[in-house]
Design a protein around this ligand. Structure first.
Ligand SMILES: Cc1cc2nc3c(=O)[nH]c(=O)nc-3n(C[C@H](O)[C@H](O)[C@H](O)COP(=O)(O)OP(=O)(O)OC[C@H]3O[C@@H](n4cnc5c(N)ncnc54)[C@H](O)[C@@H]3O)c2cc1C
Length: 338
């Protein structure tokens, strides 16, 4: 389907863009990578009277550290994050999420800030950045304000952003010297939206967790923070017991619904398994190996079995990876996939 007709405007300055948005009010849409807006317009789920293309605005493509924190400008593409050497180590949650976003075509054009403004509960950046306590900087007719991500997401595809505001960048605070994270995503096939995603970020000092961030994708009306799990981890040593308890709490924080991607119970189980896996891998990468403290099983056999049965191609990034995983499935390439 073709989109309804609209005025296309490509301002050269931020002030000009804000002026246009002010004139059209909620009848205008900002266009960044267009990877969500254009499909919505083609389906006529969105029919703005004006599209304000911000791609010519200068100074919005910065991906850099500043005063220990990280700045990601409004025109930084998923691809730039995927290829950036900056996004390892302390920013590992972001580095792990970037290559799991859709496919290379979407990653070439889509932007991090566009993804946040779109507020899809299945968006991967929302969780990765929530776990890292990020905030967006928004410019509007009344000046600049910062909005913590937990206050930005109000519901599925709904944010606290005014229609006359433009996100100019997202800022991630300094996670401290000893920090790391990861992002685990279950998808039905490469390039799919998440069935479930879990972002884990930890900062560690003297063998104890300083700050913990755990955020969940596709298991609620917005990207969700598992705050009880975060609080249980903060100040604790990473024992088996603490990790298992946090994983269970994260599963409780999820509010999934059953759909073609899996049942609500299954998705909750995946949250639990992924949170545990994520915590263990981050602990190891930070040199804070998990202390044995609990006689209980690491993950219940039921959880593992549920994941084994449905975890096809989870996290595979390349065709070769998918083929390898297929070979390992019972029945080989012809009989493995559902
Ligand atoms: C087939 C397909 C698969 C996808 N798979 C995934 C996936 O696996 N994981 C994932 O996370 N995402 C996925 N996406 C979404 C993709 O990541 C989009 O790029 C992203 O959601 C939107 O970024 P964009 O720059 O393209 O924004 P646009 O499409 O340009 O805009 C999206 C919305 O945000 C607003 N907006 C954009 N930038 C700003 C700004 N700076 N200030 C204020 N408002 C702004 C727009 O007005 C619009 O309402 C997929 C998309 C498609 C089409």
């Amino acid at each position: 389907m073709y989109p309804a007709s609209f005025d296309y405007l490509a301002p050269a300055t931020l002030e000009e863009a804000l002026d246009i948005l002010g004139r059209y009010g909620d009848d205008a849409k900002v266009l960044a990578g267009g990877q969500s807006l254009i499909p919505l317009m083609k389906l006529r789920l969105a029919a703005p009277r004006a599209v304000v293309d911000i791609n010519r605005l200068p100074g919005l493509d910065t991906l850099a550290t500043e005063d220990g924190g990280l700045r990601i400008g409004a025109l930084v593409r998923h691809k730039t994050c995927e290829r950036s050497e900056l996004l390892g180590g302390r920013w590992g949650t972001l580095g792990a999420a970037a290559p799991l976003i859709s496919d290379p075509i979407i990653r070439n054009l889509g932007t991090v800030c566009g993804s946040l403004a779109h507020a899809d509960p299945q968006g991967d950046w929302g969780s990765a950045l929530l776990a890292m306590d990020a905030e967006v900087v928004a410019r509007g007719p009344d000046g600049t304000r910062t909005i913590p991500l937990r206050e930005l997401f109000e519901g599925p595809f709904v944010t606290s952003l005014a229609p006359t505001e433009i996100i100019t960048e997202v800022r991630v605070p300094d996670p401290g010297p000893s920090a790391g994270g990861t992002y685990l995503k279950l998808e039905r096939k490469v390039g799919d939206f998440a069935t479930v995603g879990v972002a884990v970020h930890l900062s560690v000092a003297d063998g104890r967790v300083g700050r913990a961030g755990i955020a969940l994708t596709a298991v609620g009306p917005t990207n969700l923070r598992a705050t009880a799990a975060e609080e249980a981890l903060a100040g604790s040593e990473l024992t088996d017991e603490v990790i298992l308890e946090a994983a269970e709490m994260a599963a409780h924080a999820a509010h999934p619904y059953s759909d073609t991607r899996g049942s609500a119970d299954y998705k909750r189980q995946v949250v639990q398994v992924f949170t545990e896996r994520g915590l263990r891998s981050v602990a190891t990468s930070l040199g804070a190996p998990v202390q044995a403290g609990s006689p209980g099983p690491v993950t219940s056999e039921a959880s593992l079995e549920a994941t084994r049965r449905q975890d096809y191609f989870s996290g595979e990034r390349t065709l070769a990876g998918v083929m390898e995983e297929l070979e390992e499935k019972p029945g080989g390439p012809d009989g493995g996939a559902p």
